[in-house]
Ligand binder design. Structure first.
Ligand code: NAD
Length: 368
C-alpha cells in the first residue's frame, strides 16, 4: 500500500519558518514511528502571487484535491495590501476551503497547565480547559447572495445575506456529534434563533439530527451572544460547541484568547469523506503570517506542530501518536521553554523558533 500523501503549503511570513519545524517532526515520525508520508510542497498566498500572479495556481488546487491532507502555514503580508481583492493572498486560502468544500472548521481551545497564568482569566477558570469549537465554514453570511454595496434611494447600502440550507446545517451538526462521541459526549449549539430565521432553522435541524441519530450525545442550545458571555464566565462548562460561520468566527477567537497566545492554536478544516474514507482536510495554525516578527526566528512553531497532531488524529487515525506529539509540546512548556510570545513581562531569554522545534523533538525522543 502506498503511503498517505501530504501537500505542504508553507505560504508567507512566518509560515515557512514554523513549517520548517513541522517538517522535522514529520521526519521524526518517519524515522522513529514508521509513519511515512508522500510529501509534496507548493506555493500559496503572496508567494504564489509573486511566482504566478495568482494566490493559488490551478495546478496547486488540483494537487490539494488529490492528497490525503493539506498542511498550510500562513498567508499575507503588507507587501500585498494594495493588491486587488481578487488576488489578495487570503483568496488562495478561501479558494482551497471552498473548492475542497471544507465545511467543518475545528478549533480546539486547550489550556496547557504551564500556561494557565498566561490567560487573561483567572487560572482556576482556565486550568485544564479543553473545548472544541466546530464552525461552519463554507456558507452563511460570508458567502450568501445577494451581497455587495448597492445604490438605493440616493445612498449606498451594504448587503450580506445569512443563508443556510438544511443540508449544510445537517452535515456540520453530524461532524460535531461525531467529535463529541470521541470526547466528553456533549454538544452546545449556538445561534440567534430569538431574532434570526436562519437561527430557528439551525436549531430545528441540529435537534432533528440529534434525535434521529445521536440520542446518546447530550445536546443543549444557546443564543450566540450568551455563548460569548459564558465562554469568558465559565468556559469549562463546554465540551463541543457547534455554530455558524459568522458566530463561529467571533466565538472561536474569544475561545482562542482564553488560552493566551495565538502561537499555540491549531485548527483543522474537514470536508466530506473521500473514496479512501479519509475526510478532505486542511490543517493550519490559527495565526497569520506575523510580518512584525517574520525573518527574526521569533515565531512559536507550536500552533503549526499541533495542527500536524490534529492531522495525525483526524486524517490518519493515529490518535496515540497525536497524543504523543501533544504531550511533547506540553512537556516542553512545563520545562519552562518559552518563545517570546509566551513570556510574561518579567522577561528572561526567549527560545527561538528552531530551538523550540528542537526541544519538542527531544521530548518526542524521550517519550520512546
Ligand atoms: P497575525 O496572526 O499574523 O499576528 C498577530 C500578532 O500575533 C502579531 O503580533 C504576531 O507577531 C503574533 N503572532 C502570530 N503568530 C505568532 C507565532 N506563531 N509566534 C509568535 N507570535 C505570533 O495577524 P495579523 O498581524 O492581523 O495579520 C498579519 C497578516 O497575516 C495579514 O496579512 C493577515 O491578512 C494575515 N492573516 C493570515 C491568516 C492565515 O493565513 N490563516 C490568518 C490571520 C491573518
Amino acid at each position: 500500500m502506498s503511503n498517505p500523501s501530504l501537500l505542504i503549503l508553507a505560504g508567507d511570513g512566518i509560515g515557512p519558518e514554523v513549517m520548517d519545524e513541522v517538517k522535522k517532526i514529520i521526519a521524526w515520525f518517519d524515522a522513529k514511528r514508521g509513519l511515512s508520508f508522500d510529501i509534496s510542497e507548493d506555493l500559496v498566498g503572496g508567494a504564489a502571487y509573486d511566482a504566478h500572479g495568482t494566490p493559488l495556481h490551478d495546478d496547486t488546487m488540483a494537487k490539494a484535491q488529490e492528497v490525503d491532507a493539506v498542511l498550510l502555514g500562513a498567508v499575507g503580508g503588507p507587501k500585498y495590501d494594495e493588491l486587488d481583492f481578487s488576488v489578495k493572498p487570503e483568496r488562495g486560502l478561501l479558494r482551497l476551503r471552498k473548492e475542497m468544500d471544507l465545511f467543518a472548521n475545528l478549533r480546539p481551545a486547550q489550556c496547557f497547565d504551564a500556561l494557565a497564568d498566561f490567560s487573561s482569566l483567572k487560572p482556576e477558570l482556565i486550568s485544564g480547559l479543553d473545548i472544541m469549537i466546530v464552525r461552519e465554514l463554507t456558507s452563511g453570511s460570508y458567502f450568501g447572495e445577494p451581497r455587495g454595496i448597492f445604490e438605493e434611494d440616493g445612498q449606498r447600502v451594504g448587503i450580506n445575506t445569512q443563508r443556510y440550507t438544511e443540508a449544510e446545517i445537517d452535515r456540520v451538526a453530524r461532524a460535531a456529534f461525531d467529535l463529541a462521541r470521541k470526547r466528553n459526549n456533549r454538544v452546545c449549539s449556538m445561534e440567534k434563533a430569538n431574532v434570526m430565521e436562519s437561527g430557528i432553522l439551525w436549531r430545528e435541524v441540529v435537534q432533528a439530527v440529534h434525535d434521529a441519530d445521536y440520542p446518546d450525545v447530550e445536546l443543549s442550545h444557546m443564543y450566540a451572544d450568551n455563548g460569548g458571555m459564558q465562554l469568558v464566565r465559565n468556559p469549562k462548562q463546554f465540551d463541543v460547541i457547534v455554530t455558524d460561520n459568522l458566530f463561529g468566527d467571533l466565538l472561536s477567537d474569544v475561545a482562542a484568547m482564553l488560552t493566551g497566545s495565538l502561537g499555540m492554536l491549531p485548527s483543522a478544516s474537514l470536508g466530506a469523506p473521500m473514496e479512501n474514507g479519509r475526510p478532505k482536510a486542511m490543517y493550519e495554525p490559527v495565526h497569520g503570517s506575523a510580518p512584525d516578527i517574520s525573518g527574526e526566528g521569533k515565531a512559536n512553531p507550536s500552533a503549526c506542530i499541533l495542527s500536524f497532531a490534529m492531522a495525525l488524529r483526524y486524517s490518519f487515525d493515529e490518535g496515540a501518536e497525536a497524543d504523543r506529539l501533544e504531550a511533547a509540546v506540553e512537556k516542553v512548556l512545563a520545562d519552562g521553554v518559552r518563545t517570546a510570545d509566551l513570556m510574561q513581562a518579567e522577561g528572561g531569554t526567549p527560545t527561538s523558533t528552531s530551538e523550540m522545534g528542537a526541544a519538542i523533538l527531544a521530548a518526542l525522543e524521550a517519550s520512546l
